[in-house]
Design a protein around this ligand. Structure first.
Ligand code: ITT
Length: 186
């Protein structure tokens, strides 16, 4: 998995281990285009990474889409976290009655240089909390409460529990089902 985000990698490794798929992290340079949808970003990045590093590999692009803010920060999620941070997002949400949001993940698999990547997506619906809660996870986890949970934020959950509900878990399980079918005879 080509990523600079260790947390993301550790979550992904745990999920794929359930399918007996072993994952290694490569923190290598790759191009990341600015686009509206995570699928396109992931597909482009995987193609570029495979050209530089060979394959097979996966790349993930993810984002948080907040309804009250018209889908913002979406494709700008990492920039927004680096600039205004969680406190800034909570400020933008002050007084908002519609606190719905979703995370979306796109996992792009590229088998080898020149091959067209295959993309798998996953979404988790939730709400933005009124204050930050929890120390686990990363990124927006302290302010995201998944609807299918029990009211805790992702940052209040163990990695395994988050993986059962998360956008990343959903996308990776789709990938793993396809991958293990494709490669079962190798
Ligand atoms: P790579 O591109 O190197 O994989 P990244 O951290 O930049 O790592 P993304 O572009 O996919 O990853 O993520 C965009 C932002 O969304 C980034 O700030 C993440 O912290 C945040 N994010 C992604 N998945 C998340 C999750 O499961 N929980 C909380 N925040 C998440």
């Amino acid at each position: 998995m080509v990523t600079g985000n260790r947390h993301k990698f550790l979550e992904a490794r745990l999920i794929l281990a359930e399918f007996q798929v072993d994952l290694l992290q490569v923190d290598a340079k790759r191009l990341e285009i600015q686009a509206e949808d995570v699928e396109e970003v992931a597909r482009f990045s995987a193609e570029d990474a495979a050209r530089r590093l060979g394959g097979p590999l996966i790349v993930e692009d993810a984002g948080l889409f907040i309804h009250h803010l018209g889908g913002f920060p979406g494709p700008y999620s990492s920039y927004v976290l680096r600039t205004i941070g969680l406190e800034g997002v909570l400020r933008l949400m002050k007084g908002a009655s519609d606190r719905r949001a979703h995370f979306k993940s796109a996992i792009a698999f590229c088998e080898a240089p020149g091959r067209t990547p295959r993309v798998f997506t996953g979404v988790v619906e939730g709400v933005i909390s009124k204050e930050r809660r929890g120390e686990k996870g990363f990124g927006y986890d302290p302010i995201f409460i998944p609807l299918e949970g029990d009211g805790r934020t992702f940052a209040e959950m163990e990695t395994e529990e988050k993986g059962r509900l998360s956008h990343r878990g959903r996308a990776l399980r789709k990938f793993a089902e396809w991958f293990t079918r494709m490669y079962e005879n190798i």
